[in-house]
Design a protein. Structure first.
Length: 81
């Protein structure tokens, strides 16, 4: 039998549960390699102009990506504007 005030359960003197731990950040959490204040990189304007020219001429995104080194998904985003 426990006496009230000996630290057993929610009636402990400081009002906290004896087995409860404070929340700490997980040490294995993946963090971004890029600092949060940096803006995403964008390829040079001449490459984007070249890609737009090639798209008008009928080249596929895969061909343009191979030629410029810009990923297809990024090219699609740049050519939509």
């Amino acid at each position: 039998m426990t006496v009230a005030g000996e630290g057993a359960g929610p009636s402990s003197p400081n009002g906290t549960h004896p087995h409860r731990r404070t929340r700490r950040p997980c040490p294995r959490r993946r963090r971004s390699r890029r600092p949060p204040h940096r803006t995403p990189r964008r390829p040079p304007e001449d490459k984007i102009k070249y890609a737009k020219l090639r798209k008008v001429q009928g080249s596929s995104l895969g061909q343009i990506a191979a030629k410029t080194g810009i990923p297809k998904t990024s090219l699609h985003r740049y050519l939509q504007v």
